[in-house]
Design a protein around this ligand. Structure first.
Ligand SMILES: Cc1cc2nc3c(=O)[nH]c(=O)nc-3n(C[C@H](O)[C@H](O)[C@H](O)COP(=O)(O)OP(=O)(O)OC[C@H]3O[C@@H](n4cnc5c(N)ncnc54)[C@H](O)[C@@H]3O)c2cc1C
Length: 358
């Protein structure tokens, strides 16, 4: 049940009512009409994370109670309804980006990799290493990550020990409402929550952050302290796993990777290469309208493109992100070097392409 924020509650008691901003007078039926029915939902999970009347069923948000109270949070926080980019950037960075800043606003861009032989990351293992550092130094008290079992179906987990973190390393290329893990972390009482996710998921959480200042409910978003965003060209439905299973027993798969125009499947035998064009039918419908490649609103963004094999490209954006990245480097968790000009140009090229295609 949503609680009214104290100052709003006092105002209501004084005046008998409170006037809500116009966007909060929208409800789930508006979200359904403008986003879900138009097939542009990215299944990020933000709506369900902040409303217990919404669940993700059959790969879409569903209203699970009889009456919509029209609190407006699902509509306001959804990354596909409207995007107050300038306002979010202003609050995060003190200014809004120019059209030329295709990677958004950032402080530095680097190549980095883990120094731990125990971390088997997707690329440089940087995400897992930064989270390990943050947990071990108590900068965070838990991390919301997207892990999987041997069937490779993504599963959101709230982890607070480094062993579980290591097991969550690696990329799952199927849609998952990962933001719902934030709800679990909030309900469990964590106060310094880190979240790792895709650009749409980071957008949803930033909208919740900025929206929380203007709406009257306690949602707890101020307890989410670190957002690590992953680069993303697109994501896929579960159909991808079924397609792969016809070629390689899924429980034998050790790693999936996308390189150029191929999905590489590392199993027990030779690496199986599947042209991405064969997988086009499984691309998430909501991904087709997304303009954000490099998770422009994260504290730190991490991807593969632009760096050598075994290294990650890291874009450090906020002061909070910089402090953790520097701390992880200075404490020996990661090694870091400046990104090469050619690498940075490649990241910019992909970001421009995604913006143009959306
Ligand atoms: C769907 C998808 C598409 C991507 N597309 C690109 C791309 O086009 N170009 C590019 O350069 N990089 C892309 N990436 C990012 C890349 O695959 C790596 O995640 C990134 O380089 C970090 O590597 P690492 O070794 O530092 O991370 P690791 O230390 O291996 O940690 C990876 C983290 O990602 C989280 N994670 C895994 N799968 C998901 C998921 N589905 N949703 C949310 N979180 C997840 C894990 O919980 C883990 O915390 C994509 C990632 C995903 C999930």
């Amino acid at each position: 049940m949503l609680e009214l924020r104290e100052e709003m509650g006092t105002e209501i008691k004084k005046q008998g009512y409170v006037r809500l901003p116009a966007f909060l007078e929208r409800g789930f039926s508006d979200l359904k009409r403008e986003v879900i029915a138009k097939r542009i939902c990215s299944i990020c999970g933000t709506c369900a994370a902040f409303c217990d009347k919404i669940a993700i069923e059959d790969s879409e948000p569903k209203f699970v109670e009889e009456y919509d109270t029209i609190c407006g949070l699902c509509y306001t926080f959804c990354p596909r309804t409207f995007m107050p980019l300038a306002a979010i950037e202003q609050s995060l960075f003190g200014r809004s980006s120019t059209g030329d800043e295709v990677l958004g606003i950032y402080r530095g861009c680097y190549e980095a990799r883990t120094r731990s032989s125990d971390i088997k990351g997707q690329d440089g293992g940087v995400v897992t290493s930064i989270l390990t550092y943050a947990l071990e130094t108590q900068a965070i008290d838990c991390a919301v990550v997207t892990a999987s079992n041997r069937d490779w179906r993504p599963e959101v987990k709230v982890v607070r020990d480094t062993e579980a973190l290591k097991q969550s390393a690696g990329t799952r290329y199927t849609l998952c409402p990962s933001v719902m893990g934030v709800r679990e972390a909030l309900d469990a009482g964590y106060n310094d929550i880190a979240f790792v996710g895709l650009p749409c998921q980071i957008q949803g959480l930033r909208k919740a952050e900025i929206g929380a200042m203007k709406q009257p409910y306690e949602v707890g978003i101020e307890r989410v302290k670190l957002l690590i965003g992953l680069f993303c060209t697109k994501n896929y439905t579960d159909g991808l796993l079924e397609f792969v299973a016809e070629r390689v027993p899924i429980e034998q798969v050790r790693k999936f990777d996308i390189k150029g125009k191929e999905l590489l499947v590392y199993g027990e035998g030779d690496v199986v290469s599947i042209p991405l064009s064969d997988l086009d039918v499984f691309v998430g419908e909501g991904c087709r309208v997304c303009r954000d490649f490099s998770a422009d609103l994260a504290d730190i963004s991490v991807g593969a493109v632009g760096s050598a094999d075994g290294w990650s490209t890291v874009i450090v954006r906020t002061e909070r992100g910089e402090k953790l990245f520097k701390g992880a480097y200075e404490s020996g968790y990661i090694e870091v070097k400046d990104i090469k000009k050619k690498g940075l140009e490649l990241v910019k090229k992909l970001a421009t392409k995604k913006r143009t295609q959306a």
